[in-house]
Design a binder for this molecule. Structure first.
Ligand code: NAD
Length: 526
């Protein structure tokens, strides 16, 4: 395999052939570009492609699915699922690319990361618009998503340092030991719908920077953002086979899981599927990190700053229309803070401007799909039947300019009991459940008994309660006066209990452990 030059020389940049190629690429991109009108989004319907062994290919499986803009209900793309032989081709390409890629110096791999960062920055605005168009979140939220993804690339520019091993001389007379980190082989990443741009990039940069090769399987509901990511990866001129894109649904995942040449899988999605991926992947001898669903608690103590708390809770519970694994969902108000907090939340939530995420005034976009909206509405009905009081009813939301969109205004339930389905099941929508607790102990018991443990936060001005909460919280991501406790890319990301299956979490130092084997070489020379 021939390594393609990372930075084409000056002469090559201006050769007639190169210039023609760039003009061709430019018009290709223009054809695929989303044209954003002032009202709504009119665009060509994008036919989603796979990227296999350095080439774009039309998938040829039997099933196909439309990609729908949830803000308008318009079809903006179509994805045909990959047949099993296409997954096999992707794995074969990744396997063939591995020997040379693993021996590519980490400094060269770091340079690819620097260039990847620069190319992603160039496409930043396009990426945010495509993300909003397929998943509905506001442009500001999409920009945040793209930024967070690029931060993983930022961290991986330091791969020579991150991958360094350890050594110790004279562990016995004349005997030295060196522990190396070595890449493992072919990995796959399987993504959920709610962060179409970022989640695959939680994994891809770390996997390839450590010298592995990878397959990305985006959510079939939102495959467009990864088309842009792979356009960028194509421009990066990695050796063919290092990165591959296979679109599809659960059959595609099953083929990946059963494939003997896939050595590990990084999964993000619901707990039901995460648990399946973990057990099925382990059955096939793979290393697995499977990040699942969530039911996040936020405890508000009587000494919390109510104004700041209510503001943070708006972002936590209603940001991305509540479709975040770190979204606050159960708000436990301790003692006499309950009515003050309820009134502050009601006042703020009523003012949220719901609409098309592409419009600058919008503060909350639509629900990502009709199916999700129907599921959330069913959960609201169940909550009412179980006796919770819906004090802010966001159903029958109307956004007149977009009658086909999947809208729901913020909803607040009062006096939710921990035994109700509203308090126990992941809603994944802009629905706040207010729960009363007598004291810290009663509140903490609710948090500790929850089978999910992704994230949790406390709002208080007491160091004692903050410390106690952080110490006892079963979840692995904890916020103190922070509504969305999302660790940055140089820390690990992932929960506990039913929110995470595996040992090593996403990004940060743990991703280096996940994507490498440690080998200890003991040597004595005579
Ligand atoms: P999902 O589990 O339905 O799908 C995730 C991926 O798994 C998709 O690519 C899908 O094609 C595939 N899949 C679905 N069913 C499958 C099956 N039976 N067998 C094999 N593969 C299958 O999740 P979703 O609805 O796309 O995403 C929302 C969920 O993701 C929520 O539960 C949310 O909490 C979770 N999530 C978790 C995190 C985290 O960091 N823990 C981050 C984002 C989202």
């Amino acid at each position: 395999m021939q390594l393609r030059p990372l930075f084409p020389s000056f002469a090559a940049h201006f050769s007639p052939l190169f210039v023609c190629r760039r003009i061709g690429e430019y018009y290709g991109k223009i054809q695929n570009r989303f044209f954003i009108a002032s009202k709504g989004v009119s665009m060509t319907i994008k036919q989603v492609k796979n990227y296999l062994n350095g080439e774009w290919k039309e998938p040829h499986g039997k099933e196909a699915q439309d990609v729908v803009n949830p803000a308008t209900g318009e079809i903006i793309g179509n994805v045909r699922f990959s047949a099993s032989d296409e997954v096999d081709s992707a794995v074969a390409a990744a396997k063939a690319a591995f020997p040379e890629w693993r021996s590519t110096p980490p400094t060269t791999r770091a340079r690819y990361m620097f260039k990847l960062k620069a190319l992603l920055e160039e496409r930043f605005d396009d990426a945010a618009r495509i993300c909003t168009s397929e998943v509905g979140k506001t442009l500001e939220e999409s920009r945040g998503e793209v930024r967070r993804a690029i931060e993983v690339v930022d961290v991986m520019t330091g791969i020579p340092t991150l991958m360094k091993g350890q050594s110790l001389e004279d562990i016995s007379a004349g005997l030295d030991c060196t522990a190396f980190r070595q890449p493992v082989g072919v990995f796959a990443t399987i993504a959920p719908f709610n962060f179409p741009f970022m989640v695959p990039l939680w994994f891809l940069p770390s996997a390839i920077a450590t010298g592995n090769t990878i397959l990305v399987k985006p959510s079939e509901q939102v495959p467009l953002s990864q088309q842009l990511v792979f356009e960028v990866l194509d421009e990066l001129s990695l050796p063919p086979g290092v990165v591959n894109l296979v679109n599809g649904g659960k059959e595609t995942v099953q083929t990946i899981l059963a494939h003997p040449d896939v050595k590990g899988v990084s999964f993000v999605g619901s707990s039901r599927v995460a648990q399946y991926i973990y057990s099925e992947g382990a059955r096939h001898g793979k290393r697995i990190q499977a990040l699942g669903g969530a039911k996040n608690f936020i405890m508000v103590m009587p000494d919390a700053d109510i104004k700041a708390t209510a503001k943070a809770l708006m972002g936590s519970c209603l940001g991305c229309a509540g479709q975040r694994c770190l979204a606050g969902s159960n708000i436990i108000a301790v003692g006499d803070v309950y009515s003050r907090l309820r009134d502050a939340l009601l006042e703020s939530a009523r003012k949220i401007k719901v609409g098309n995420g592409l419009e600058p005034a919008t503060q909350m976009g639509p629900i990502a799909s009709k199916k999700s909206l129907e599921r959330i509405l069913q959960m609201i009905e169940a909550g009412i039947k179980e006796g919770a009081k819906l004090i802010l009813d966001g159903r029958n939301a109307k956004v007149p300019a977009y009658p086909g969109g999947f809208y729901l205004y913020p909803c607040i339930f009062d006096d939710v009991k921990p035994t109700m389905s509203l308090a126990k099941e992941e809603i994944f929508g802009p629905v706040i459940s207010l729960i009363k607790a007598r004291d810290f102990e009663e509140a903490m018991k609710m948090v500790e008994e929850c089978p999910y443990a992704n994230a949790g936060s406390i709002f208080t001005s007491s160091g004692k309660w903050a410390r106690e909460f952080g110490y006892r919280l079963p979840a692995s991501m904890c916020g103190i006066n922070i509504g969305v406790a999302a660790p940055m890319a140089f820390f690990s990301f992932g929960g506990s209990k039913n929110s995470f299956y595996g040992d090593l979490k996403a990004h940060g130092g743990e991703s280096i452990d996940f994507y490498t084997n440690r080998k200890v070489i003991s040597s004595r020379w005579y």
